[in-house]
Design a protein around this ligand. Sequence first.
Ligand code: NAP
Length: 428
Amino acid sequence: MIVIFGASGDLTRKKLIPALYNLFKKGTLTDSIICLARKKFSTEDFIESLQLAENIGSNEIDPEFISYLTYYPTDFRKPDINLLQTVLSKEEETIFYLAVGPDLFQPIIDIIKQLGISRKKVVFEKPFGFDLGSATELNDCISKTFNEKEIYRIDHYLGKEMVQNILVFRFANSIFEQIWNRDFIEKVEITISEAAGIGRRAEYYENAGALRDMMQNHLLQLLALTAMNPPISMQADDIRDEVVKVLRKVKTLNFKVAQYESYRQEIEKPDSVTETYAALTLNIDEAKWQGVPFELKTGKKLAQRYAEINLIIKDVTCRLFSRERKIKNLPNTITLRIQPNEGIMVKFNAKIPGAGMDLQQVKMDFCHKCEFGPNTPEAYESLLYEIMEGDQTLFTRWDSVEASWKIIDPIRQQKKQLSFYQEGSEVF
Ligand SMILES: NC(=O)c1ccc[n+]([C@@H]2O[C@H](COP(=O)([O-])OP(=O)(O)OC[C@H]3O[C@@H](n4cnc5c(N)ncnc54)[C@H](OP(=O)(O)O)[C@@H]3O)[C@@H](O)[C@H]2O)c1
């Protein structure tokens, strides 16, 4: 049984239901789905509001899937526990998905407690707190009711196929892992550039900003996967142990924050100091990474939408070409493209054909879609599947959430000068 709290919201409509539909089509989903939110919908109205054809991308939705969905209007602050108890079975394993803002976590935890279901998994959406204090408070509240094995904290970036591929790329390929250290790597750049603005999330975003909304979770998790040492096994906790070790060693060297020029007008707050762009330069305090800057950058209303990890390789060649031809060898780079055009690209220098010995940078390009086909599961499909399977590898453990806030909070507390950028700028 799956119970979605916040079923009339954007996340459920655009991500969860399409992901559940794909799992149903693959034969993985055989459970009924209880959908809860405040709107006084009938199940039929609710199904119509899901705009299934548009969000699933097909005009022929399997009616069996639709028969799995039932909607009950419920105010989570004044719930009808008796009704929920009649709908849910105490014996059946139940996944509770909290697709709501964090202000509703506590009332929903109280509901789940009262339902008295013994076999359960509880899924929390980001943001997990707004700073270390609120995250700790939230976690204390959750861990009084659930044990860590029952808790799934979502960072949907971890569900992306290419993010899962980071460990395989590194630890199943000695060609790369042998150079994955300060002796060979000059710099690591991790970028999530968004072309979109704040959309309909103005109130949330004004209180969050890029540091809380993106850095604390997605970018720091990418950094941890890029820099971590090999785990002793592929067990969830062995991987998550290594993730948290890296995060605890992160030192902030520098940072900048900026806001796109029309932001204040858009949110009608002329004195807003919320950053819509943040760039951090970090170092990992361990011998392997000594002196290697990790540059993390993210922002909204930028020129392009992409996410990638870029490793710049040190120039350790004999400089033959640069000395003799007075041209600079462009550095070799390894780029893990997380989205779009998922893949991995290695850039190196080659001779331009013909007379002379001029160089040009060329690339070896692994295109994920070309190799494995276009039907890669969306992040939420992978995450829901793992929840059903009870594998917590792709979910953030509390100690890593805590370590991330310990990096971000001091940055937020330093009131650095906010600069402004034009919409459509490149990452800077
Ligand atoms: N949208 C995304 O793509 C996305 C992506 C990543 C993370 N998230 C996170 O996921 C969470 C949900 O986001 P969202 O975009 O889906 O938000 P949303 O569109 O505002 O939906 C909120 C849901 O909560 C319900 N709700 C609010 N107060 C309630 C109450 N007192 N009783 C019962 N239901 C209540 C709403 O029901 P009614 O409308 O019926 O009142 C609605 O179903 C947020 O924490 C967000 O940060 C969202």
